[in-house]
Design a protein around this ligand. Structure first.
Ligand code: NAI
Length: 723
């Protein structure tokens, strides 16, 4: 364990404080409560493992104990997982393997305990937590919505390393086990019961009694256990199951994420042999993955998302206004999405549009989202209705006076946005925050004639709002800290990662994306095939290629943003000439089924677009690496400029924003981690080479040149306190 990790543990757990406490009940049941001192949630690291080991040894010498109930002392958390800090301190694959083997040893002893151990699970039971309860003889979960079970390790670039890859499939079957391990998703108690992951589900208040009953029944042999396990049918089609799992992982990850493939290997080879041998295979994979670049990057992204909650872009202690009532202007694609996620979070929403027809579309969108969730079993019919009741439509400003926050999502038109701001200011309360969801207009321009510019800011959501996890809060010099805090706290409440950035055309995300998108279009103009450009970027790690993305966003929308960026930054951001012809041709993208692709049934590149380009440009093959360099370095250079100009408060925010807002490959850690990996000197060399070949737009940002000179990585920089 590294010194900093030791220091953290030493601070959190004084030598005398214990995580496990015992209480002997008169019926012979020992109730063991896990409550890691000084922490909000339970995690299991070495100290907890040592205590658990001592407890099991102790049991052998206590004939009075008929069985054990293992429960949590935290309010709504059972065990959140293994201690990530401990895992980041691993320095070699062998050290990782040894750590895994030693934890496997303790849990193996738990599994073989002299008396039955019953897990009474309330709250999240994830990763190492689930692996622990898999070694208990019986599992009871509370039916509380906070009780969720899963193994999210793949999200950190590793696999479950304390027996999860071996015991899960042996308990619930190959398909169900692989599904949990490969997706990292968690399931609620009722679903866990169906799959056999838990044996019983009871209300939280009945948990302890049910667990004690189970201990006694198991101890005297009156409770029979029936577990699905790996069925005969699954045994017969093993090769099919694993080859399907492999191809679906490869289709999704393009080979960039080694952990799911390692997990498949561990399950496949492990379930073909004994548990003991399987555990060795698992530990070996765990060790190798734990020190991989991908895992290091994914862990850094995880820490960044935790860190932005604490260092959030406004002074600590700033009082945010609590949002009970939200008003949304515009019931289009974005407005209806914002309204949907807000009612989901329990907020009353007043939704205004110019016509009842538009409002009808917005309400329909919300209902469809909730109905879909009902179909999947995560909402009851009355919960759908309750959500819809929180959403009230209007064509005028009635009800706005009581709003705590207004978010406008009307058309991307500066005059219109100014007008709705003026109209809104005339009706809202003095301490109501006004946010614009503009994707590129400077907030300062929108607020130019505002009566209260101190409470105007940007809340830039991403489409589809229900799925995209980023919110970019944009603040001007005049925005008050309480207004910033109100927007950021609200964003976190509706489940978004929030970065706070300084105002400017395109802020951070749209601005960094601008040159990248332009470069993609320019490649097509120069003769590259549409699918070749997109495939090159998917191969780099983006979830979709830039031209497919342009179709999704809307070519018209993209063109508007491009114009605003060019107006603000000049030639560097100029879209290629041919784009004008594409827009003029009436191609809007997916929404009118005509863009870079056609959408008649199967999506395929629309080669008729080539006829719109300057005549005489022959189609030719471009090297994928060259295309990636042009697009990626255009992106990195602009992201660096945003940091240089203080649009971004930190490289951390730049990484979080690009990954969660724009799909920058998470396994690369974000643009600034990627720059650190490449080295600024290398980045400057590539940019200079690109500038020599393709033009001044590639001239490296001054901050990159500085870092190249000093050799300092970006991630040494601390976040500035105010944007
Ligand atoms: P949209 O065209 O789907 O919706 C705009 C809605 O505003 C329409 O329903 C329209 O009837 C309504 N509207 C127009 N004037 C109004 C007024 N005076 N009062 C009330 N409602 C009015 O557009 P979309 O895509 O939802 O975009 C809205 C805003 O969100 C734009 O500023 C856009 O730049 C921004 N944005 C869009 C993203 C996207 O992916 N489409 C992503 C992020 C931001």
């Amino acid at each position: 364990m590294s010194d900093p990790a030791k220091a953290v543990l030493a601070k959190a757990v004084p030598a005398t404080a214990r995580a496990l406490t015992q209480e002997m009940r008169s019926d012979g049941v020992l109730v063991v409560t896990l409550d890691v001192p000084g922490e909000k949630v339970n995690t299991i690291g070495r100290p907890v493992m040592e205590e658990l080991d001592a407890l099991i040894t102790d049991l052998d010498a206590r004939p009075d104990v008929k069985g054990v109930v293992l429960r949590s002392g935290k309010a709504d958390n059972f065990i959140a997982g293994a201690d990530i800090k401990e895992f980041t301190a691993i320095r070699s694959a062998l050290e990782g393997e040894t750590l895994s083997r030693s934890a496997q040893g303790v849990l193996g002893r738990l599994e073989a305990a002299r008396v039955p151990v019953v897990a009474a699970i309330h709250g999240s039971c994830l990763g190492g937590g689930l692996e622990t309860v898999l070694c208990c003889r019986y599992r009871i979960a509370s039916d509380d919505p906070k009780t969720v079970l899963g193994v999210p390790e793949v999200n950190l670039g590793i696999i479950p390393g304390i027996g999860g890859t071996q015991r899960l499939p042996r308990l619930v079957g190959l398909a169900a086990g692989l599904d949990l391990i490969l997706t990292g998703r968690s399931v609620k108690a009722t679903r866990a019961l169906k799959s056999g992951l838990v044996d019983e589900v009871v209300p939280p208040a009945a948990l302890l009694t049910a667990a004690r009953r189970a201990v006694l029944d198991l101890a005297d042999g009156t409770r029979r256990l029936e577990r699905p396990g790996i069925s005969l049918g699954e045994r017969l089609i093993r090769p099919v199951i694993f080859s399907k799992a492999r191809s679906s992982v490869l289709a999704k990850t393009h080979g960039h994420y080694p952990a799911p493939l390692a997990a498949i290997d561990a399950v496949q080879r492990g379930t073909a042999t004994s548990l003991a041998e399987g555990l060795k295979i698992e530990a070996r994979h765990f060790g190798e993955l734990s020190v991989s670049d991908v895992s290091r990057n994914l862990v850094s992204v995880f820490f960044a998302t935790q860190d932005i909650k604490k260092d959030a872009g406004y002074p600590e202690g700033t009082r945010a206004r609590e949002v009970h009532k939200l008003a949304v202007l515009g019931a289009g694609l974005m407005g209806s999405g914002i309204a949907t996620v807000s009612v989901e979070a329990g907020v009353d929403v007043r939704l205004k549009d110019a016509s009842f027809e538009a409002l009808g579309r917005g309400l329909r969108h919300a209902r469809e989202v909730f109905e879909e969730r009902r179909r999947r079993g995560s909402l009851k019919p009355r919960e759908v209705d309750r959500r819809m009741q929180r959403l009230s439509p209007t064509v005028d400003y009635s009800g706005f006076r009581r709003a705590d926050l207004v978010i406008e999502a009307v058309f991307e038109d500066l005059d219109l946005k100014r007008r709705v701001l003026a109209e809104t200011e005339a009706v809202i309360a003095d301490d109501c925050v006004f946010a614009s969801n503009t994707s590129s207009l400077p907030i300062g321009d929108i607020a130019r004639d505002a009566r209260h510019p101190n409470r105007v800011l940007g809340m830039h959501f991403f489409s589809p709002v229900e799925k995209m996890p980023l919110l970019e809060v944009v603040v001007t010099q005049e925005t008050d800290a309480w207004a910033t805090a109100t927007a950021a706290v609200f964003g976190r409440r509706i489940g978004k990662h929030v970065i706070v950035v300084r105002d400017g055309a395109g802020f951070y995300t749209s601005r960094a994306l601008g040159p990248y998108m332009n470069e993609a279009a320019r490649l097509v103009e120069e003769g590259a095939a549409i699918e070749a450009v997109d495939q090159a970027m998917v191969a780099f790690g983006f979830p979709v290629g830039p031209l497919a993305l342009m179709d999704e966003v809307g070519i018209d929308v993209g063109a508007k943003v491009a114009k605003i960026l060019m107006h603000a930054f000049g030639e560097r951001m100029a879209p290629p000439v041919a784009m004008a012809a594409v827009v003029e041709d009436g191609r809007l993208g997916r929404k009118n089924k005509r863009g870079f692709y056609v959408y008649d049934g199967k999506k395929r590149p629309d080669e008729t677009i080539y006829a719109l380009l300057p005549s005489g440009t022959p189609r030719r093959t471009f090297d994928a690496r060259d295309m990636q360099d042009r697009l990626v370095f255009a992106f990195l250079n602009e992201a660096a400029r945003c940091l240089e100009e203080g649009i971004l408060r930190s490289p951390r925010d730049g990484d979080v924003g690009a990954i969660f807002g724009l799909g920058f490959p998470a396994f690369r850690g974000g643009p600034f981690r990627y720059l650190d990996k490449l080295g600024a000197r290398f980045a400057v060399e590539v940019l200079e080479r690109l500038a020599a070949h393709h033009g001044e737009r590639f001239r490296p940002a001054a901050i990159l040149v500085d870092h190249a000179r000093s050799g300092a990585p970006f991630h040494d920089q601390r976040a500035r306190t105010a944007p």
